[in-house]
Design a protein around this ligand. Structure first.
Ligand code: MN
Length: 137
């Protein structure tokens, strides 16, 4: 028996412990999760899986999370997927850089695991209503 499709989250994070923590929290909250440990793999999975939201670590090897977000924004196949930046930096200018790169939101590490599921649900809901608005206007 298959229920309704669960909201799908793609986690792009190079730190295994962080990745497993985010995955466990979101799976426990009912999300379907997929993981990548670098930007290249993450971009491939984003095109293939069309996740409802991407959690993007900013500090990644080679291509960093902000550059990866710009690439997602530049690709018609992935432009509508909301990206949440996850970073250890807490300065205002870092947050601004995330938003400039096309992220919808910035979350600081360590991520508040109690708030994360509601935060992700909110991002997915806002992206859906933005699509609905475009279709009705
Ligand atoms: Mn990292």
């Amino acid at each position: 028996m298959s229920g309704p499709r669960r909201d799908r989250v793609l986690i792009i994070e190079d730190d295994a412990l962080n990745r497993e923590l985010l995955q466990a929290v979101l799976e426990g909250a009912g999300f379907e999760t997929h993981c990548a440990d670098d930007a290249k793999t993450g971009l491939q999975l984003a095109r293939r899986l069309h996740p409802d939201v991407i959690l993007m670590d900013v500090q990644l090897p080679e291509t960093d999370g902000l550059e990866a977000t710009r690439m997602l924004r530049a690709d018609a196949a992935t432009v509508a997927i909301p990206v949440v930046a996850v970073t250890a930096h807490v300065k205002k200018e870092d947050e601004a850089r995330c938003l400039e790169a096309g992220c919808v939101l910035h979350v600081s590490k360590p991520v508040d695991t109690r708030e994360l599921p509601a935060l992700v649900r909110g991002v997915v809901a806002r992206a859906r209503s933005a699509v609905a608005d475009r279709q009705t206007s």
